[in-house]
Write a protein that binds this ligand. Structure first.
Ligand code: F6P
Length: 378
């Protein structure tokens, strides 16, 4: 038995992503096979902070039986939340104003009361930053990176991304048939926050005609020119992929709103782009927002494998006495990076990466004035 560890907890925080249950499965089996007890915390840290609100006290015993048959399931059997960061918890005062309270001491006390020696914390950049804070406060912890957005630095990939790209491509393929039949412009808005990974990859895989991503502020003139060029050559339809975080040159990100204790919600750029393209080209334009559909459903085998590898690697890290690290894909292996490094910046699409070069070579425009080899494309 590893000195100092006989019982660990798992938590899943932030937006759900296909592959979370694979992590839970492998981490539980790896821990049980070391004779450690494993508990799952419900809904991020809520199960520990608000245990009385849960019929089971907010903690669920994870056993070989309880994690059987979950690898292929989307979502997370533990539940998740992307509000109520315990290190800056929003609390309303008697006068109606709000303050943020650091509930770390209370949370650490709950870990102790429940005899939890270490935590495997699965989440995105927000969760990893919380993990870093908890670690500094004395909790033994290993982070597991998760997000469909693929925007976590220091790991080549996060699970959930491949499933999101795969499903988005299937949807765009379907939009091609209707766009072709009607000779329409269809603008597809895709999640991804401030990074364009999903839009870039799904757009390329489906052979769209324009891709607008946050990393390249766009102007619609080159996009309208591409659409007009295609129409002149007999392709009366065009498909434009827009990342939710994309913004026009000199403009801001399109934000739907912001609830207290939550990150700002992005959205609406697809409709704006479609309206302007219709105006500029005189062709009918429609918008499709894929939204949370990208987070749902069964993980691809690639995401299942990544989730399993990450889950088991997290347990091995604890066994080796590591803490304050995040498991990271560094092909062909999974290794560990300090949490502080992983949370330093977001991973955004590099402008000189091979995918951008390939897309440009295919004649896909990014709405910038870089020379594009306009072709009729798919
Ligand atoms: O980070 C994952 C993600 O799906 C982003 O792509 C998106 O902006 C955000 O979460 C939406 O979160 P919510 O669940 O609050 O709608």
């Amino acid at each position: 038995m590893t000195p100092g560890i006989s019982r660990i907890a798992l938590s899943t925080g932030g937006g759900d992503a296909p592959g979370l249950n694979a992590v839970i499965n492998a981490a539980t089996l790896a821990a049980r096979n070391r004779d450690w007890e494993v508990v799952g915390i419900r809904d991020g840290f809520n199960g520990l902070l608000f245990g009385d609100d849960y019929p089971d006290g907010g903690l669920v015993e994870l056993t070989r039986d309880s994690v059987r048959g979950i690898i292929h399931q989307g979502g997370t059997i533990l539940g998740t939340t992307n509000r109520g960061n315990p290190t800056a918890y929003p609390v309303q005062q008697a006068d109606g104003s709000w303050i943020e309270v650091d509930r770390t001491p209370e949370l650490l006390a709950r870990f102790k009361e429940n005899r939890i020696d270490a935590l495997v914390m699965v989440g995105g950049d927000g969760s990893m930053a919380i993990g870093q804070h908890l670690c500094e406060a004395g909790l033994k912890l290993v982070g597991v990176p998760k997000t469909i957005d693929n925007d976590l630095d220091k790991t080549t990939a996060t699970f959930g991304f491949d499933s999101a790209v795969d499903f988005a491509s299937q949807c765009i393929d379907r939009l091609f048939t209707t766009a072709t039949s009607h000779g329409r412009i269809i603008v597809v808005e895709l999640m991804g926050r401030y990074a364009g990974w999903i839009a870039l990859n799904a757009g390329m895989a489906s052979g769209v005609h324009a891709i607008l991503i946050p990393e390249i502020p766009f102007s619609l003139e080159p996009v309208a020119a591409t659409i007009a060029h295609r129409a002149r050559h007999g392709a009366k339809f065009s498909i434009v992929c827009v990342a939710e975080g994309a913004r026009a040159v000199g403009g801001g990100t399109s934000v739907v709103g912001k609830a207290r204790g939550q990150a700002e919600r992005l959205g609406g750029i697809g409709a704006k782009v479609a309206a302007e393209l219709q105006e500029m080209t005189g062709r009918e334009a429609r918008t499709v927002v894929l939204g949370h559909l990208l987070r749902g459903g069964s993980p691809t085998s690639c995401d299942r494998l990544l989730g399993l590898r990450f889950g088991a690697a997290a347990v091995r890290a604890l066994e080796q006495g590591q803490s304050g690290v995040m498991v990271a894909l560094n092909p062909p292996t999974v290794d560990y990076v300090p949490l502080a490094e992983a949370t330093r910046r977001q991973k955004r699409v590099p402008l000189d990466c091979d995918s951008i070069l390939t897309a440009r070579d295919m004649g896909i425009t990014f709405g910038d004035d870089a020379p594009s080899h306009t072709t009729i494309g798919r």
